[in-house]
Design a protein around this ligand. Structure first.
Ligand code: ADP
Ligand code: MG
Length: 378
């Protein structure tokens, strides 16, 4: 049976604690988390004590007194005390169930450089990020369902840097994108077969070590590239032999700040310009999808071409918008929240994937088979 339903993109906002620089300078807090789904952007300073001591009713009263548009609702707002585990449990664990039920899912982290995207997505050894927690859960669930269903898993890890698409697992590229009647296909991209969570995480680490990272004036840790980690799963029902292929994508976007805020020249400048192009295209697509328009300019950048089916397509999508609460990041935080509010309006129609000969995933199924065969020969 094919389940079909319409749903909105889920949007979570995560507010990170002050960093050292923000702490040293006498900063104003510009984001107040009111409850699990509401935040205020830049409330008046003198209201501060209300926020910290007041009850929810107090908060509501204050919100009413203030300019309405400063109060923003999201599917979930995580404050500085929330951990990566909290985000996993509330946001991505449900996606693992959806994937195993045959729905494509995507998670992407958005925000300015330094806002906490990589901390959220990859984390560290001490604080494992969403990818680690989600992949571990995926494999635990796969393990527990082995008797009923057979799972063939493969992964890819791509980087879009300066509009060039690179394979992070083989450090090869640039790869060409081509469109056929079924969607966008990355030419020459082979799936790496995966048999355990550890292996998947090793691939993730390998890819991360190959990411293009360049320090800039704005932030020494900054990353100017978009990283797209995708897990393709073919699920075969052992009883009925029904096959589905599904895709779980984890996307760490480059910093959303404007190129003008980094004082790069030459190569750096070009990078900034084309990251802007990708993110601008993503913003345009989000705006048009939010307005329910028919023509969506996915073709404007390689990032949006690759993400086409993760935005408004047949996919359950979670966007985590990362922000700092310091007035040092005033404009970035405001822009990110505005962007996230728009994204909330996007609706997608979900279909359970059942394998048919003309599905775009057929390409990947073939690749899984080839990769499995190749592996068997080794
Ligand atoms: P981005 O990937 O958006 O550029 P990072 O994830 O690298 O930003 O975060 C910048 C810095 O802030 C890192 O040192 C990171 O460890 C820290 N950080 C980010 N989010 C949090 C958080 N929720 N709690 C603690 N530290 C955080
Ligand atoms: Mg980062």
């Amino acid at each position: 049976m094919t389940g079909e339903k319409t749903t909105n993109i889920k949007v979570a906002v995560r507010v990170r604690p002050y960093n050292e620089r923000e702490m040293e300078q006498n900063q104003r807090c510009i984001v107040k988390v009111m409850d699990k789904s509401t935040l205020l952007f830049d409330p008046d300073e003198e209201d501060d004590e209300f926020f910290f001591q007041g009850t929810k009713q107090h908060y509501r009263d204050i919100t009413k007194r203030m300019n309405k548009k400063l109060s923003m609702d999201f599917d979930r707002v995580f404050d500085i005390h929330n951990t990566n585990e909290d985000l996993f449990e509330e946001c991505t664990a449900p996606l693992v169930d959806a994937v195993l039920n045959g729905y494509n899912c995507s998670v992407f982290v958005y925000g300015a450089t330094g806002a906490g995207k990589t901390f959220t997505m990859l984390g560290s050894d001490v604080y494992p990020g969403l990818t680690f927690l989600t992949m571990r859960d995926l494999f635990e669930k796969i393990q527990s369902q082995q008797e009923l269903r057979k799972f063939d898993v493969g992964c890819t890890y791509l980087e879009v840097y300066n509009e060039q698409v690179m394979n992070l697992l083989t450090k090869s590229g640039p790869l060409k994108l081509r469109e056929d009647s079924n969607g966008v296909v990355v030419s020459g991209l082979a799936l790496t077969p995966i048999y355990s969570a550890d292996e998947l995480l090793r691939m993730l680490a390998l890819g991360n070590s190959q990411r293009t990272q360049h320090p800039t004036d704005a932030n020494a840790e900054s990353s100017r590239s978009h990283a797209i980690f995708q897990v393709h799963i073919r699920i075969t029902d052992r009883k009925t032999d029904t096959k589905r292929t599904v895709k779980l994508s984890m996307i760490d976007l480059a910093g959303s700040e404007r190129a003008a805020s980094t004082r790069g020249i030459g190569v750096r400048f070009k990078e900034g310009a084309s990251i802007n192009k990708s993110l601008l295209a993503l913003g345009n697509c989000i705006n048009k999808l939010a307005d329910g328009l028919k023509h969506i300019p996915y073709r404007d950048s390689n990032l949006t071409r690759i993400l086409k089916d993760s935005l408004g397509g047949n996919c359950r999508t979670l966007m985590v918008a990362n922000v700092s609460m310091s007035s040092l990041t005033y404009e970035d935080t405001y822009n990110t929240l505005k962007y996230a509010s728009r994204a909330k309006k996007i609706r997608s129609t979900l279909k359970q994937n059942i394998l048919k000969s003309k599905l775009p995933t057929e390409f990947y199924v073939k690749k899984i088979d080839e990769a499995m065969a190749e592996n068997a020969r080794l």
